[in-house]
Design a binder for this molecule. Structure first.
Ligand code: FRU
Length: 495
């Protein structure tokens, strides 16, 4: 039985969606059907389609009591919205259905596991949000909440684990067909940890161990963990809140960390070997992965930054979009991210220019557009002398531009959206270090209506930023200080 509040929310989103039908939207990035969107949830392949749910507040474009929005796609680029899957309509989730994940049960049902939030008055009189883990099963459209919810509560926490920060279950199936789950948690002192749980059937769950503790290294509470094997290694993704910067690897605020290591399924021990940021841009958080039927591990993140997500009016018709789905791999101990290969099917109108040498501002015939996939290969134009700086500027008109620039002497790549049309005093630049020998660098730039995603050296670094530049700003230009030689291939992306 669908609850009245779920039915109301479904009617609301359908009605309002029609009213805002003419509002500009991204072409191939999933955005909120109406209202507010944050984290990707329940990313899975079910009944022949990819399902992507999301944290959703349909009633205005700011965060509020969380529902699960729902969309499906065959190619991860053309998305179709389905009716809201979950509404906060039970006593145990009355203040929100927070992030979670999905998988297919042996009997063919789609299993969702999510965090139920409920405000409770504490012994000291304070009201706090208590978080528990809940289950719903369904057919890919309608979901029934499990009669025995919640399936994990504060009673299942290890000693010292906070029951106010106990959320974001990511479930997976093990080789022996039983299930595992990683969960975000922190100690009472707010130091992040990932907890591991086990279930024989997906419904009854028990605590296993602390998979990894922060030990005060990366931010505070750890949100939205994910845990999977990849290219012979084991990967743990987390999104720590309140990070402090560390060189050019990690920046202030809520960020993302990828731990690469090994996992002993017998003992449940994860041994961390390396860590790195997942995305080095401004807008990327809470990524979640799924396994495609062909074996690819695909990741989607929320392409936003919590610290800048409250600056728009409540009347904005929609707010929040997902990153491009990215194929993951590991090479030389690093996480590699490439836009899903399905994107290449959208490529049209190829324009290419080879061995262009320049040492000043440059525009190239036919290189422009706001829905593009562009690959650049850069090297010194003068073998004797390394150039000082290279930049590509895009979403450009007389007043606006966003740029990516590279300093070969320091190997620093920087994205700068200060001139993108923003009127807010927020973070507009971010930098990272890339691998570059003698000034050589490969860049791929994907532009959609309100975003730019930059991939350096075939996916060794990804940088995602949202931009609010008017859509008529379609210019692209290049700039060099010192002689740069460049090959360019540009496609228009047609959905
Ligand atoms: C991460 C997060 C999750 C939580 C959800 C609430 O962005 O804070 O930890 O489940 O958003 O919307």
């Amino acid at each position: 039985m669908l609850s009245q509040s779920l039915r109301d929310a479904r009617t609301y989103e359908e009605t309002v969606e029609k009213k805002i039908a003419d509002e500009p939207r991204p072409d191939f990035h999933l955005c909120a059907r109406v209202g507010w969107m944050n984290d990707p949830n329940g990313f899975s392949f079910y009944k022949g389609e990819y399902h992507l749910f999301y944290q959703y507040h349909p009633y205005d474009s700011h965060w509020g009591p969380m529902h699960w929005g729902h969309a499906v796609s065959e190619d991860l680029l053309h998305w179709k919205h389905l009716p809201i899957a979950l509404a906060p309509d039970r006593d145990y989730d009355q203040d929100g259905c927070f992030s979670g994940s999905a998988l297919t049960l042996a009997d063919g049902r789609h299993l969702l596991m999510y965090t139920g939030v409920r405000k409770e008055v504490q012994p000291n009189g304070e009201t706090r949000e208590v978080q528990t883990q809940c289950i719903a099963t369904g057919d890919g459209v309608d979901y029934d909440k499990y009669a025995k919810n919640p399936v994990l509560t504060s009673a299942d926490l290890p000693e010292g684990g906070s029951r106010f920060d106990f959320r974001d279950p990511k479930i997976f199936q093990k080789a022996d067909k039983t299930y595992g789950c990683v969960m975000g948690n922190c100690t009472e002192e707010k130091d992040g940890q990932v907890l591991l749980f086990h279930s024989p059937d997906g419904f009854s769950w028990s605590y296993e161990r602390i998979l990894l503790s922060n030990q005060k290294r990366f931010g505070r509470m750890w949100e939205c963990p994910d845990f999977f094997s990849l290219d012979g290694k084991q990967v743990l993704l987390v999104s720590p809140q309140d990070m402090l910067p560390q060189e050019l690897e990690y920046d202030n605020g809520n960020g993302t960390v990828c731990f690469i290591g090994t996992y002993d399924e017998e003992t449940g021990a994860f041994t961390e070997e390396q860590n790195q940021a997942i995305d080095y841009g401004i807008d990327f958080y809470a990524p979640q992965t799924t396994l495609a039927p062909d074996g690819r591990r695909i990741m989607v993140g929320w392409m936003q930054n919590w610290d800048t997500s409250n600056l728009h009016p409540a009347t904005k018709p929609w707010f929040g979009q997902m990153s491009l789905p990215r194929e993951l791999s590991i090479k030389n101990g690093r996480l590699i991210q490439r836009p899903v290969r399905e994107l290449e099917r959208l490529r049209e109108q190829k324009v290419s220019c080879e061995r262009v040498t320049f040492s000043d501002a440059l525009k190239l015939q036919g290189i422009e557009g706001r829905k593009i996939d562009m690959e650049l290969s850069i090297r010194p134009g003068d073998e004797e002398q390394l150039y000082e700086r290279f930049a590509v500027r895009f979403a450009q008109n007389a007043a606006c531009q966003t740029s990516v620039s590279f300093h070969p002497a320091t190997s620093v790549l920087e994205v700068d959206r200060r001139l993108s049309g923003s009127r807010r005093a927020i973070l507009h630049k971010r930098s990272c270090r890339v691998r570059s020998e003698k000034g050589r660098l490969k860049l791929r730039l994907i532009l959609d209506s309100f975003s730019a995603e930059i991939f350096a050296n075939d996916g060794e670094q990804a940088l995602s930023v949202t931009i609010d530049t008017e859509l008529s700003a379609e210019g692209i230009s290049f700039f060099a200080e010192g002689a740069v030689a460049m090959d360019v291939v540009k496609y228009t992306l047609c959905i």
